[in-house]
Every structure is written in structure tokens, then in C-alpha cells.
Design a binder for this molecule. Structure first.
Ligand SMILES: [Fe+2]
Ligand SMILES: [Fe+2]
Length: 150
């Protein structure tokens, strides 16, 4: 069954807000300061995507959609959580790219293109973070210094 644009946008807004909360949580348990920064910027991207879809929703349907989204606290290993997110991001990239190719509405097309590109970058960043699995974090002080030097 094909979902209406209204339902579709609601689903994407919910998912983006969940992504925002999940990355914010992962940032808190990241073992390296620079990885925290990367995860926080990904959380910001997801919030931007949610707001982008919310604006379109308002323009198209003349009302706000502001769901109260919560996520379960992160459980299990940090790196296992990252691995799950890689799969999600890859799927989101594919979904948004597919929407982009099948949508005529200019406003929606731009949003889908932006989200698709970002989700692909996220998958890439997650793989980079995963490549550090097994590395020992330096003392908190040192990692923070490193960030300041960037
Ligand atoms: Fe997103
Ligand atoms: Fe993402």
C-alpha cells in the first residue's frame, strides 16, 4: 500500500528526530573527544532534516507536525550501536534517493536530495568511527587538547 505524502513526511520527521536523539546519546558515550564532535554534528544534521521536512509539511498541509519523540536509552556496546546505525543510514540513503527520483514536487525533491547526501556521509563517518574499535582512548585532557588544535 502506498502511503500518502502526509503519512510519509510524518514517518520521516519521526525517524529524523529519533536519529537526533540517538546520536546525542552516542556522543555522550564516545571514547574520543573528536568522535563526540562528529556524533554531535550528525545529531545536528538529523535535526536539520526533521526541521526541513516539518517546514514542507506546514507549507503543504497548513498545519504543524511536532511529535513528542523519545528513544530508549542506549544499551549495549558503543561499537555495536554504531554498526546498527551504519545499516540504518545506508537504508535511509537508499530510501531518500528513491523518493528523489520518484517525486516531482521541487520543494520535496530538494529536501530528499539533501537528506540522501547527508545520510550517505553519515554512513561513511560511522565507518570511520568504527575503524577505531580497539584503540585505547588517551586521557580525557589529551583528547580535548587535540580537538582544540584542529
Ligand atoms: Fe537524516
Ligand atoms: Fe543520518
Amino acid at each position: 500500500m502506498e502511503l500518502s505524502t502526509m503519512q510519509t513526511l510524518r514517518t520521516y520527521i519521526d525517524g529524523e528526530l529519533k536519529g537526533n536523539l540517538t546520536y546525542s546519546q552516542l556522543a555522550k558515550i564516545a571514547p574520543f573527544a573528536e568522535d563526540r564532535k562528529i556524533l554531535m554534528s550528525m545529531a545536528e544534521d538529523e535535526l536539520k532534516h526533521a526541521n526541513m521536512f516539518k517546514n514542507i509539511y506546514l507549507k503543504m498541509f497548513g498545519r504543524n507536525y511536532s511529535p513528542d519523540i523519545t528513544v530508549e536509552p542506549i544499551s549495549g556496546d558503543y561499537y555495536n550501536n554504531l554498526r546498527e546505525m551504519v545499516m540504518d543510514e545506508g537504508n535511509d540513503f537508499r530510501t531518500y534517493a528513491h523518493e528523489y527520483m520518484n517525486t516531482r514536487n521541487e520543494m520535496l525533491r530538494n529536501a530528499y536530495a539533501t537528506a540522501a547526501v547527508d545520510e550517505n556521509v553519515h554512513a561513511d563517518r560511522l565507518l570511520m568511527l568504527l575503524s577505531k574499535e580497539g584503540e585505547k582512548p588517551k586521557s580525557e585532557e589529551n583528547s580535548d587538547e587535540k580537538v582544540h588544535m584542529l
